[in-house]
Design a protein around this ligand. Structure first.
Ligand code: SAM
Ligand code: SF4
Length: 326
């Protein structure tokens, strides 16, 4: 079991399949992109599947979510999904949706159960401002294809930026409700590659809720939250809901059940961890599954109680979100 010193057990594995991306969301990376990790440092498809198998068969992982960077740009994605799903966990994907219109059905056939698609606005011009690419309609087509392929409930992740789209929460919710997508707003976190995040600039959960409540009646959802990062509300009496992932202002670290594997084979016990445990080197050196599992267990022992964003000593991790796997 992947248990930490505080009794939390990690059962949800987030696997980054690449640090590369075909969008340039301003809260994530600079316009020119980043120095992508060299190919030889990236786990091969076989290596990813090998580590997923150890996680599932030896360490109690029950859910595997592929992310990035943009996981749809990884050529072996369908094969990785198929082979990972065969070990029995629920397999899902977090994606920007570009190209999903083409691959949603193939992914569903390979054993993918659900997708989260990031969409911060329903205005094409705001989309182009935030992502620095004119691809709004591709994302909309990707969402529809995902729903048609049965990859539901389709979730939409949105980040609000002050002065850019912070006045657009109600219209985004309306749009998602009309299509049966479950919308969740994510508070902006200090994980951008440019280190431009500022506590007093971010749009808080309280502001998001106030903006929604001007247009909708929100009631706390009755279903237990468990380890889910989103706090849920029913909208106008239901059945539609909206979620807010208030990582900064209402941290949920005490209930965290997540562990992360980066595309270059490092275990991170937290998005905000400052240390990583290398599994790639022992894997390539021929270590046994038991040795690798042992390293993984040790990596979880060091998990801190909380992310400490509000501590005066907080330091943003060296890796940006796109290279960790959000
Ligand atoms: N490219 C895929 C996507 O955008 O869905 C997967 C990776 S992306 C890093 C995962 C999620 O992290 C997205 O929903 C994105 O909006 C969110 N994200 C990226 N940078 C963030 C930040 N600084 N604060 C909060 N969420 C962020
Ligand atoms: Fe790419 Fe996702 Fe980062 Fe946007 S949030 S730049 S889509 S990795």
């Amino acid at each position: 079991m992947l248990q930490d010193r505080f009794g939390r057990v990690a059962t949800d594995l987030r696997v980054s399949l690449t640090d590369r991306c075909n969008l340039r969301c301003s809260y994530c990376m600079p316009a020119e992109g980043l120095d992508w990790a060299p190919d030889e440092t990236q786990l091969t498809d076989d290596e990813v599947v090998h580590l997923v198998r150890i996680g599932v068969e030896q360490l109690g992982i029950r859910e595997v979510r592929f992310t990035g960077g943009e996981p749809l740009v990884r050529r072996g994605l369908v094969d990785i999904v198929r082979r990972s799903a065969a070990f029995g966990p629920e397999v899902s994907l977090t994606t920007n949706g570009l190209g999903l219109a083409r691959t949603a059905q193939t992914l569903a056939d390979a054993g993918l159960s659900r997708v989260n698609v990031s969409l911060d606005t329903i205005r094409p011009e705001t989309f182009a401002t935030i992502t620095r690419r004119d691809r709004f309609h591709d994302v909309v087509a990707g969402l529809k294809a995902a729903a048609d392929a049965g990859l539901g409930p389709v979730k939409v992740n949105a980040v609000l930026l002050r002065g850019v789209n912070d006045d657009q929460a109600p219209e985004l919710l309306d749009w998602c409700l009309a299509r049966g997508y479950a919308l969740r707003f994510i508070e902006q976190m200090p994980l951008d590659a440019q280190h431009g995040w500022q506590r007093d600039e971010m749009v808080t959960a309280d502001e998001i809720l106030a903006s929604l409540q001007a247009s909708f009646r929100l009631d706390p959802a009755s279903e237990p939250r468990g380890s889910a990062p989103a706090e849920l509300w029913t909208v106008d009496g239901g059945p539609g809901t909206v979620g807010v992932i208030a990582s900064v202002t209402r941290p949920f670290c005490g209930d965290c059940d997540r562990v992360r594997l980066t595309a270059d084979g490092q275990i991170r016990n937290c998005l905000f961890a400052r240390e990583e445990s290398d599994l790639r080197t022992p894997l390539r050196a021929g270590a046994s599954d038991e040795e690798i599992a042992g390293r993984w267990v040790a990596a979880l022992r060091g998990k801190r109680a909380g992310h400490g964003i509000d501590d005066p000593t907080f330091l943003q991790p060296d890796r940006p979100m796109s290279a960790i796997g959000g």
